[in-house]
Design a protein around this ligand. Structure first.
Ligand SMILES: *Cc1c(COP(=O)(O)O)cnc(C)c1O
Length: 388
């Protein structure tokens, strides 16, 4: 197999030469002409059965060639047989849960998690019985109706790591879903560690430029079929223009993640020595759970961190209101550095006691480091933290 960056540059572009193009054509068709009667019925049946290929696309909710090219490229990076794209990360997670519903409704979940995933599992909307456990309790908690184990590593916003291999072993026959959004396939490939499903909010690093909302699930061809059926039935399809933008950004994924990570390592070190900062949660500093997995499970510490300010909520507010270069905004994984306040924004739907259990305080800010020049980012921090 070719190297990761070569696959990032060439993946999903195999048919370009034959088409005589150098960029992915954005196919906006909602319906497709059916030149042959029998081929039409065969293709229609194939999409209905959740197949990944058929001679004719038939209808835009069934299949889109621009989306399929991006899916093939992402599968090549994760090392999975298949990838199924959705209109958002949450649509991808919802589809994954629905695709498992026939096998049971008990889901084992390790916190902390992206707050919308946490809410989706606890609000009862989808009828799942979600049980929150520690990673080391999983083997004992598996029941005959357990249909999925859900983990997120690094976790949002604390950057705690979960040992994927150990969870896969503990789960036995039950498939494990890893939300690998923070890690990207550059730093971590859960399929190689035995996970059944890898989920990304492609809105984040895969898209990378803050201009697209999308989600993907990477898995085996067998597990992809029910996922595609859910997509055909519920219609949470990714728009071809969004797929084009993600595909366009993939060639620089490795460069972006490596540069952002190098900046993050430098900032984490400096922030941990700043008098206004009580703690920096960053895998590279050994200050998160299972930080020893950096270097094995995860090839590097990543570009996300959280800082706990000594001045609590007032200090968090001062920093968010004073940053000049960094962007005070939710989301992550963009080329620019984003800073946000989990307790007041992304994680406000989670009870304060639960947040406290994971060290998520009113003085915590989460940082998604971008690819700017690190000295400019540090200068922005110095002025925003001054006087605290
Ligand atoms: C953003 C995010 C999601 C949800 O993705 P959307 O594209 O916003 O729907 C899920 N998991 C993690 C870890 C995320 O950061």
């Amino acid at each position: 197999m070719t190297g990761f960056d070569t696959r990032a540059v060439h993946g999903g572009r195999e048919d370009f030469k034959a088409m005589g193009v150098h960029a992915s054509p954005i196919d906006l068709s909602s319906t497709y002409p059916i030149p042959d009667f029998d081929e039409g019925t065969r293709s229609f049946a194939a999409w209905g059965a959740g197949e990944g290929e058929a001679a004719n696309s038939i209808y835009g909710r069934f299949h889109n060639p621009t989306v399929a090219r991006m899916e093939n490229a992402v599968a090549g990076l994760e090392g999975s047989e298949a990838c199924v794209a959705y209109a958002s990360g949450m649509a991808a997670i919802t589809a994954l849960l629905l695709s498992r519903r026939a096998q049971g409704n008990h889901v084992l979940v390790v916190r902390p998690l992206y707050a919308a995933t946490d809410s989706l599992l606890t609000n009862g909307l989808l009828g799942f019985d979600a049980e929150f456990v520690d990673a080391n309790e999983i083997a004992a908690k598996i029941r005959p109706d357990t249909t999925l184990v859900v983990i997120e590593t690094p976790a949002n916003p604390t950057c705690d790591l979960v040992d994927i291999r150990a969870v896969v072993e503990a789960a036995g026959k039950v498939p494990v879903m890893v939300d690998s959004t923070f890690a990207t396939p550059v730093l971590q490939r859960p399929i190689e560690l035995g996970a059944s499903f890898v989920v990304h909010s492609a809105t984040k690093f895969l898209g990378g430029h803050g201009d697209v909302i999308a989600g993907v699930v990477c898995c085996s061809e067998e597990l992809a079929r029910p996922l595609r059926k859910v997509r055909v039935s519920t219609g949470a399809n990714l728009h071809p223009l969004a797929a084009f933008l993600i595909h366009r950004g993939l060639p620089t994924l490795g460069l972006r993640v490596e540069r952002a990570q190098a900046n993050a390592i430098e900032l984490a070190t400096r922030l941990s020595q700043h008098p206004a900062v009580a703690k920096v949660f960053y895998p590279g500093l050994g200050t998160v759970n299972n930080a020893h997995l950096v270097g094995t499970q995860m090839s590097g510490p990543g570009a996300l961190m959280a800082i706990d300010l000594k001045g609590g909520s007032a200090a968090a507010s001062k920093v968010m209101n004073s940053v000049k270069l960094m962007v005070p905004a939710v989301s992550l994984g963009a080329v620019d550095t984003l800073i946000q306040h989990p307790a007041g924004l992304t994680h406000r739907s989670i009870p304060v006691e639960t947040l406290g259990k994971y060290g998520i305080t009113a003085g915590m800010l989460r940082l998604s480091v971008g690819i700017e020049n690190v000295e400019d980012l540090w200068a922005d921090f110095e002025q925003a933290l001054s006087g605290l």
